[in-house]
Design a protein around this ligand. Structure first.
Ligand code: UDP
Length: 320
């Protein structure tokens, strides 16, 4: 049965792909965004869609959505480290007050609330891979805490609503995701490396590059979020790709894939940069029948094609 779903942060990298998938399956979408890190261009192709409404608002101040609501998905937050480090107070506000407003909207309409949480709740994990039962190792006063603790608070608030008011909720823990609509200036590893490789500039590896990340292609990620949203699970549920790489391996893979003449330049490791990260997706596989299916090579090609066009790169090394 189709409904009218409110996507908070719907013009962002992940949110805009969620809007696409919801509309494609017949839901109506109300996209709410303040365009602090999301881009108008991400949803420009949806403006003529009869089922699409755009509301410009900062959800930490309130959510001015009228009419029926049959679900709320909260993807509103800066998510790239350079973004949340540049917007520390806003990140804490959207994770706390923004999440509260989202929960209240869902509760008022007696509908389901999906919280997009993060693998950052595990901090620099001393358990590997990370299962949902692991409580994490987060520095509460370090620079990254504005994001990590905002999301941990979001999870706590979501569970408190569920326990005390019976609000129907689900928590997804999203691991590193990449794909088209990453902003060229986003600052995350995949967009940085692809743009640097296409420009034959040195790839900026932070630290010695031995830290690991596990990268999920955006369409797989959003398919997983929807599977959780459509289920009866509360979670938290890890939604990510267990395909783990060191950062230096990723740099070499991208140089080879694009036939780039880039070299590798080592820069200082950011404070509290997690040393390893890989999701245990046993729960998602068993309970949601979900797993990622896009290979790293395919995903990188599609992302490179998007970034080349978006950044106006004339000769992106044969990237179509
Ligand atoms: N990183 C890097 N060079 C870059 C950007 C990121 O070496 O130009 C590293 C970063 O230090 C981290 C990993 O790549 O270890 C992933 O960083 P990203 O910002 O994409 O996301 P995070 O997992 O840290 O939130």
């Amino acid at each position: 049965m189709s409904g009218r779903i409110v996507v908070l942060g719907g013009s962002g990298f992940l949110g805009s792909h969620l809007c696409d998938q919801l509309l494609a399956r017949g839901d109506d979408v109300v996209c709410v965004d303040d365009f602090s890190t999301g881009r108008r261009a991400n949803v420009a192709h949806l403006h003529d869609h009869a089922g699409f409404t755009l509301v410009e608002a900062d959800i930490s101040l309130g959510i001015p959505v009228e009419g029926s609501v049959s679900g709320v998905c909260n993807l509103a937050s800066p998510a790239s480290p350079p973004d949340y480090l540049a917007l520390p107070l806003q990140t804490l506000a959207v994770g706390s007050e923004g999440t509260r407003h989202g929960l209240e909207l869902a509760a008022r309409h007696g509908t389901r609330f999906l919280m997009a949480s993060t693998s950052e709740v595990y901090g620099d994990p001393d358990v590997h891979p990370q299962a949902e039962s692991y409580w994490g190792n987060v520095n509460p006063v370090g620079p990254r805490s504005v994001y990590d603790e905002a999301k941990r608070f979001s999870e706590a608030l979501t569970m408190a609503h569920h326990r005390t008011l019976g609000t129907d909720v689900a928590i997804a823990r999203i691991f590193n995701t990449y794909g088209p609509r990453l902003r060229p200036d986003d600052g995350r590893v995949v967009s940085n490396f692809l743009l640097q490789a296409m420009r034959d500039e040195p790839l900026t590896v932070y630290g010695d590059g031995s830290q690991t990340r596990s990268l999920c292609y955006v369409e797989d990620e959003v398919r997983g979020l929807l599977a959780l949203f459509d289920s009866n699970l509360t979670g938290p549920v890890n939604i990510g790709n267990p395909d783990e790489h060191t950062v230096i391996q990723l740099a070499r893979t991208i140089i080879d894939l694009l036939g780039s003449s880039s070299t590798i330049e080592h820069l200082p490791l950011p404070t509290d940069d997690p040393t390893r990260r890989r999701p245990d997706i046993t729960v998602a596989r068993a309970e949601l029948g979900w797993e990622p299916s896009t290979s790293l090579e395919d995903g990188l090609h599609r992302t490179a094609a998007y970034l080349a066009e978006d950044a106006g790169i004339a000769d992106p090394h044969g990237v179509a």
